[in-house]
Write a protein that binds this ligand. Structure first.
Ligand SMILES: [Zn+2]
Length: 401
């Protein structure tokens, strides 16, 4: 009789540094899990399980909303609905990609980075979807047909390239310069958020008198902005696990709350946009031309292609570089002694700067020749001999005894 044996779980010091999460001490999966182990691990309690499900289940909620709306909105022939169609597709895409990234991120060090490259790309495209829908339905009355209105979506498509590039790039200095990495990644997502929401900020906060649209959508946009701010705060603060390392390893840590707030915020955004789609159709149809097929689907196709190329470029940079796995994994582990909270001690004597980082990424051989960090300079020693465990690769299907 065969029984399914769930994958083994590890503590923070038993896995390579790159897999460590701030304030999370236990619940780590094997750093070289098989794809089947990754899928099975989503059915046992690890520190990623709730991350996986908090985006997997909402994916199907948004798919269900999309299918229900398809029966009342004509997405095929009515050009007015095309920006909303693009938005709905991207709303379904980002939680699904995130869920997959969290599921398969422990297949290897490289797989972890590539999974999150795709996660960032999907988030960038979701930002573009927001711009599509705000540009088409949420623009303040007095901004319709303005210069900003005309260039709003093309600029957002360009922003998606910046966002994906910056966020993928932020993974390279993650170990050596964690603060720089965090700043780059936060900037990569805050910048398009602020840009996309310019029409909403104006409409909700600054617009007074005639030409200001106060309708049923307004409250939904306020809720959306509130949850978006909460999402950003959780992402940047790593609370509550930073205050009590180990207490929230499985349930309640910031990334889970971040996922939940993002999804709840998206729900309010969807309902608010839908309200604008319906209530402003008659007025908008007389003020602005209907969205063109080429402008709508051409822009989103180019953005999709461009983002895939960027992800491909970063993946090639990661794979072609012999020292890449060492830099991205645990280059300076010998010098880093984990603190009581699982945090590394402050790194000593390493220069963190954009020039150095650019050198790593673009000219690794040249950088190594100049004495930059390399695999040969400091060999990774993780897991440390005294704490290392043997992580056997085993079949999840084993004979029942
Ligand atoms: Zn996530």
């Amino acid at each position: 009789m065969l029984t399914i044996k769930l994958p083994q779980i590890f503590r923070v010091h038993q896995v390579p540094r790159i897999f460590w999460e701030d304030g999370i001490i236990s619940g780590y999966r094997h750093p070289k899990s098989s794809a089947l182990d990754c899928i099975l691990s989503s059915f046992q309690m690890t520190n990623e399980t709730v991350n996986i499900w908090t985006h997997f289940l909402p994916t199907w909620y948004f798919v269900w909303r999309f299918l229900v709306l398809s029966s009342s909105l004509d997405f095929c022939r009515d050009a007015y609905n095309w920006p909303f169609l693009v938005y709905m597709l991207l709303v379904c895409l980002y939680p699904f990609t995130s869920s997959c990234a969290h599921t398969f991120s422990t297949m290897s060090t490289h797989a972890r980075h590539i999974c999150y490259f795709f996660d960032y790309g999907a988030l960038s495209l979701y930002s573009l979807g927001c711009a599509f829908t705000y540009g088409a339905y949420a623009m303040p009355d007095r901004w319709v047909n303005s210069t900003l209105h005309h260039y709003f979506v093309p600029m957002a498509a360009f922003n998606s390239f910046i966002c994906t590039s910056l966020s993928c790039y932020s993974r390279f200095p993650e170990l050596e310069c964690p603060r720089l990495s965090k700043v780059l990644r936060t900037t990569a997502f805050v910048y398009p958020f602020v840009y996309d929401n310019i029409p909403l900020f104006y409409r909700l906060l600054f617009c007074v008198g005639d030409g200001c649209t106060w309708n049923d959508a307004t409250a939904g946009y306020f809720y959306h902005l509130f949850f978006a701010l909460l999402t950003g705060f959780l992402f940047a603060s790593h609370l509550p696990e930073r205050l009590a390392p180990g207490r929230f390893d499985y349930i309640g840590h910031s990334h889970q709350l971040f996922h939940i707030c993002a999804v709840v915020g998206t729900h309010f955004q969807l309902e608010a946009v839908l309200s604008d789609v319906r209530s402003r159709q008659a007025w908008l149809s007389t003020q602005a031309p209907a969205p063109a097929f080429s402008a709508t689907f051409g822009t989103v196709s180019l953005a999709l292609l461009g983002n895939l190329l960027i992800i491909g470029g970063f993946t090639v940079a990661l794979l072609r570089w012999p020292g890449g796995s060492s830099i991205l994994q645990s280059t300076h582990l010998r010098h880093r002694q984990p603190g009581p909270a699982g945090e590394p001690a402050h790194h000593r004597g390493f220069h963190c700067g954009p020039a150095t980082l650019a050198g790593w990424l673009l000219h690794p051989a040249e950088h190594r020749a100049r004495g930059g960090p390399s695999q040969g300079a400091v060999m990774p020693t993780h897991p440390p001999p005294e704490t290392a465990v043997t992580c056997p690769r085993r079949s999840p299907l084993s004979p029942h005894r």
